[in-house]
Design a protein around this ligand. Sequence first.
Ligand SMILES: *[C@@H]1O[C@H](CO)[C@@H](O)[C@H](O)[C@H]1NC(C)=O
Ligand SMILES: *[C@@H]1O[C@H](CO)[C@@H](O)[C@H](O)[C@H]1NC(C)=O
Ligand SMILES: *[C@@H]1O[C@H](CO)[C@@H](O)[C@H](O)[C@H]1NC(C)=O
Ligand SMILES: *[C@@H]1O[C@H](CO)[C@@H](O)[C@H](O)[C@H]1NC(C)=O
Ligand SMILES: *[C@@H]1O[C@H](CO)[C@@H](O)[C@H](O)[C@H]1NC(C)=O
Ligand SMILES: *[C@@H]1O[C@H](CO)[C@@H](O)[C@H](O)[C@H]1NC(C)=O
Ligand SMILES: *[C@@H]1O[C@H](CO)[C@@H](O)[C@H](O)[C@H]1NC(C)=O
Ligand SMILES: *[C@@H]1O[C@H](CO)[C@@H](O)[C@H](O)[C@H]1NC(C)=O
Length: 444
Amino acid sequence: MGLFFSRVRSRALMLMSIISVCTLSDCYDPLDPNGNITVTFDINQWTRDGYMARVTIQNYYQYRHVDKSGWKLGWTWANNETIWSMSGAFATTQGNCSSFKFQIPHSCQKSPVIADLMPDALPENRTDDCCKGGLLAAWAINPSKSFSSFEMMVGNLGANPKVQAPVNLTLMTPGPGYTCGLVEDTDPTVSSDIGGKRQLQAYRTWKSTCTYSSFVANQSPICCVSLSTFYNPKVTSCPSCSCGCRDVDTNTISCVREGFFSAPESGPLDNYDIVQCTDHMCPVRIHWHVMKNYFTHWKVKLTISNYNYKRNYSNWNVLVQHPGFSQNTTAYSFISTMLPSFGFSDDVALFWGIEYYNNELVNADKDQLGAVSTQILLRKDLDSFTLGNGWALPRRVYFNGENCQMPLPDIFPTLPNGSFSLKPAHPLFLLLIHLAFKTFVTWL
Ligand SMILES: *[C@@H]1O[C@H](CO)[C@@H](O)[C@H](O)[C@H]1NC(C)=O
Ligand SMILES: *[C@@H]1O[C@H](CO)[C@@H](O)[C@H](O)[C@H]1NC(C)=O
Ligand SMILES: *[C@@H]1O[C@H](CO)[C@@H](O)[C@H](O)[C@H]1NC(C)=O
Ligand SMILES: *[C@@H]1O[C@H](CO)[C@@H](O)[C@H](O)[C@H]1NC(C)=O
Ligand SMILES: *[C@@H]1O[C@H](CO)[C@@H](O)[C@H](O)[C@H]1NC(C)=O
Ligand SMILES: *[C@@H]1O[C@H](CO)[C@@H](O)[C@H](O)[C@H]1NC(C)=O
Ligand SMILES: *[C@@H]1O[C@H](CO)[C@@H](O)[C@H](O)[C@H]1NC(C)=O
Ligand SMILES: *[C@@H]1O[C@H](CO)[C@@H](O)[C@H](O)[C@H]1NC(C)=O
């Protein structure tokens, strides 16, 4: 009897620990359940002692990009492979090539690590779709910049090469967080030639998919959400300690916070963010302000602030889940798109900056925070729209794919009692505002 109970309990404990290790937001993202980075090795040619391969890294994450200083792809060779040459990328170490007398290999490492070339790489070092400084755009934002390729000549496998896929693929972006599956044989990749009239087929294709987990990345939260409305003077600030707790010494202006990406070549302080000291201690704050209530529409101002003194967020993106996005939505100063909501009742909108205008969220300096903002006009669904019960406030907010800490609903700004002031503004007024904005945006 005792044994039976203890077994049941340990099974339960095990289950509990798996669940606690893998809460939804950690193990996979319910708003992007099919997201992954796929690494493909296409063998296009046999050589005397090996093969030529084209490696493609494709980011299928809807709103998670690979930022500066770029990806680093590693693996372990199954046999005695060496990389004779490489174009479109480079192995970060050459390793011990002392046993090669006549030809100098590019890398003799058993476990090479490959990094991308910069866009200004010499023509002789390039290949198609290469040299993006390791940056991969998010799939929903710019599919044409969401992948990167390089080519390598693999050899030293003897006269009758036994060709085997590499094992233990690793992907740094540039920090940890990705776990790659087995490198497996799949259907050969087919590509087109002669303007699509002829199809070419790879000799062999291996694939591995890498998925992100913030648990593996072991990253502290990077953003939080604050809220305000036109109908209540109260501003609901970010929950305190959202991204860490502030030092007891409250006189300092800047606080040091454990950062989230560490490049091996960086100095000791480079692994840390230096942020403006706040109660939330987040490098990034998203503010949602319910601005206006019109007859057929309502309007929100979305502001993203950077509290980080050392870091610009290039090509940032913000995802907001809100039932109001099921209606026509116009963002005036950001680009926006709707994402599939995968069965969630609340729609999901993705926002990002306009190139050369506000796609760079610059660092804070001693005078001000870095900030970008837009007004968003949403059509009303008169059956569901209400200012009551916090309906107009977002359900979930992500910044660069990371879940932002939301205040608890019990401190949301509420409707005042007997609020006669909440009658919608006249539709003609809305039209005027709208036209004014159109002109403003065109003028930009
Ligand atoms: C990776 O993502 C692509 C695109 O969403 C999807 O087709 C593919 O099935 C995914 N792979 C895995 C192993 O989930
Ligand atoms: C790798 O090379 C060593 C020395 O040349 C040889 O002994 C060994 O059999 C080779 N391994 C494989 C898997 O071919
Ligand atoms: C380099 O490789 C050679 C031959 O494989 C070996 O004899 C030598 O000890 C290696 N050198 C180092 C520093 O590992
Ligand atoms: C570029 O190519 C040249 C000659 O092909 C080679 O010596 C050089 O190391 C390459 N540079 C990089 C960054 O791969
Ligand atoms: C691959 O990784 C596993 C687990 O870390 C390890 O046991 C195995 O030896 C590695 N294989 C090679 C060839 O390095
Ligand atoms: C951020 O970008 C601005 C403008 O492009 C630049 O002046 C600044 O040095 C950058 N800051 C960092 C920390 O890279
Ligand atoms: C959505 O709003 C924009 C701007 O007001 C308008 O141009 C567009 O036609 C609307 N789309 C729909 C489906 O109503
Ligand atoms: C609104 O009314 C409720 C009960 O009717 C009361 O408890 C609350 O204090 C009132 N709030 C304000 C802001 O007057």
